[in-house]
Design a protein around this ligand. Structure first.
Ligand SMILES: *[C@@H]1O[C@H](CO)[C@@H](O)[C@H](O)[C@H]1NC(C)=O
Ligand SMILES: *[C@@H]1O[C@H](CO)[C@@H](O)[C@H](O)[C@H]1NC(C)=O
Ligand SMILES: *[C@@H]1O[C@H](CO)[C@@H](O)[C@H](O)[C@H]1NC(C)=O
Ligand SMILES: *[C@@H]1O[C@H](CO)[C@@H](O)[C@H](O)[C@H]1NC(C)=O
Length: 437
């Protein structure tokens, strides 16, 4: 039960979906014209586990009422680093396929470049030592910026391996693994482990890395008309730009051109960057893509810079930014002086008042909620005292969806967000609707 979604169910839902301007019909073409006739969305047990742990009330009743579907792909659910990232190696074909199966309407590829200036999917240019088996490939490990150095009595084990250390073909020969490392490791074999305890190594069985081109092909071929969110990375200090003459500007251009070269319409692409210059370049050079560019904002990390980040929001809108994407801790704050309740923050209300749409990140990166206060987990650090059990995951999502009004949510486990989106009829931002907005 609880996972049945036939072609007919898709069609019925597509027709029934409300067509309001924001949560409109951007993804109502739910099955690709030449795709299979049936593709079942599968949320698995986790959404039900969360709902069962909720406190009795209208939100729990509403979410219970959706338990048997019908379930549909939703663009409100963005597959973070693929969408299976909680348990499946990030940025791999398997993580993308898991996010897709769990109903994510938009799938992410973080775009890094290789030594021969090809574009590949990796969250950081320099995380290959923790997200792949490169240290177990002696001929490739030797090319790392910092080869493996074992731990000893006084120092942790170290290594630093970047996509820019190797070629595209070498990158594609690696195995993707869960992000983790063992600082006590005395051998490269031991260094492979150390994944967070709430994740798993169950799927560390040589997951398939992706180039940007293979990512586009994979997502475009999925049933359900899935869309794309490439993130242009800011290379770390270890990879100074320009890199052998390759500029950030050309890198920004190459990401968009990869979609153009594949014939993907701009309305299906949500390009992201933390660098304002990248966003403004896209607005200027590729207006259709730039209009729906997602400006990732991480400029409010202290109380002082937070105020500055809030105050800056209207000017970003005035400069052509339509979608702002802060982490969700920026959007929520305590609603009472005992810190028992959660309300939208000044960031959230100011962004809305400025006419910005908000996408936020990233759900399901934090493990059980009973630990987030003690561990000072980043995503809950503005309201940690108000959450202590997993049923509250949907209370948090409800405030973000129905009070803040975010237009999409990145998640490491797409089912959790997809189930909620499906239940509330949230379909995500409407591709093509942002030009001249
Ligand atoms: C939710 O889970 C917590 C343990 O994290 C438990 O103490 C609580 O009783 C559960 N609530 C419900 C309604 O099941
Ligand atoms: C421990 O490792 C560090 C860094 O690799 C090195 O500088 C140091 O000499 C080593 N100490 C011993 C006792 O081997
Ligand atoms: C980390 O490495 C140390 C030293 O080799 C080893 O004893 C330990 O079991 C490793 N831990 C994990 C989680 O693999
Ligand atoms: C509520 O949270 C704020 C901000 O973290 C903190 O300064 C204050 O002491 C907390 N109040 C209580 C009653 O714990």
């Amino acid at each position: 039960m609880a996972r049945v979604a036939s072609t007919l169910a898709f069609a019925a839902l597509a027709v029934a979906a409300p067509l309001d301007a924001r949560h409109g019909s951007g993804h109502t073409q739910l099955l690709a014209p030449d795709g299979p006739t049936e593709y079942q969305i599968s949320y698995g047990p986790r959404p039900y586990y969360i709902v069962q742990n909720m406190t009795e009330g209208p939100l729990k009743d509403k979410l219970m009422s959706c338990e048997n579907g019908p379930f549909s792909v939703s663009g409100w659910s963005i597959g973070h680093r693929g969408g299976g990232t909680l348990q499946i190696p990030e940025e791999s074909a398997q993580s993308e396929e898991a996010g897709a199966r769990m109903g994510a309407g938009v799938l992410e590829c973080d775009v890094a470049f290789t030594n021969d200036l090809q574009l590949v999917c990796r969250h950081s240019l320099c995380d290959l030592h923790t997200t792949t088996d490169i240290l177990l490939r002696p001929e490739l490990a030797a090319k790392c910026t910092t080869p493996f150095t074992p731990a000893n009595e006084t120092s942790d084990a170290t290594a630093l391996c970047c996509t820019s250390d190797i070629t595209h073909d070498e990158f594609m020969s690696l195995c993707s693994k869960m992000d983790g490392s063992n600082s006590s490791a005395t051998t490269p074999e031991d260094y492979q482990h150390g994944v967070a305890s709430f994740r798993t190594e169950l799927y560390d069985t040589c997951a398939t890395p992706l180039s940007l081109d293979t990512f586009i092909d994979l997502v475009d071929a999925l049933p359900g008309y899935r869309n794309f969110t490439p993130e242009l990375k800011t290379p770390p200090a270890d990879v100074p730009m320009p890199f052998n003459g390759y500029t950030q500007e050309q890198y920004a251009r190459d990401v968009i051109n990869a979609f153009i070269n594949k014939g993907i319409a701009a309305e299906r692409v949500w390009p992201q960057s933390f660098l304002p210059a990248d966003i403004f370049q896209w607005i200027k050079e590729f207006p259709e893509f730039g209009a729906q560019a997602v400006y990732l904002d991480e400029e409010g990390e202290t109380p002082e810079t937070f105020e500055t980040a809030v105050a800056r929001l209207p000017s970003l809108k005035a400069q052509g930014v339509n979608i702002i994407a802060p982490p969700f801790n920026y959007l929520l704050t305590y609603g009472d002086e005992n810190n028992d309740t959660i309300v939208p923050s000044s960031y959230a209300t100011t962004a809305k008042a400025a006419g910005l749409d908000i996408i936020t990140w990233s759900f399901e990166r934090s493990g059980p909620l009973d630990r987030v206060e003690a561990t000072e987990d980043y995503y809950y650090n503005t309201f940690a005292q108000a959450v202590s059990y997993d049923g509250q995951l949907y209370e948090v999502l409800d405030i973000l969806a129905n009070e803040v009004g975010v237009v999409a949510m990145f998640s490491d486990w797409s089912a959790t967000v997809g189930y909620f989106a499906n239940c509330f009829g949230l379909t995500g931002p409407v591709g093509g609707s942002y030009l001249n907005k």
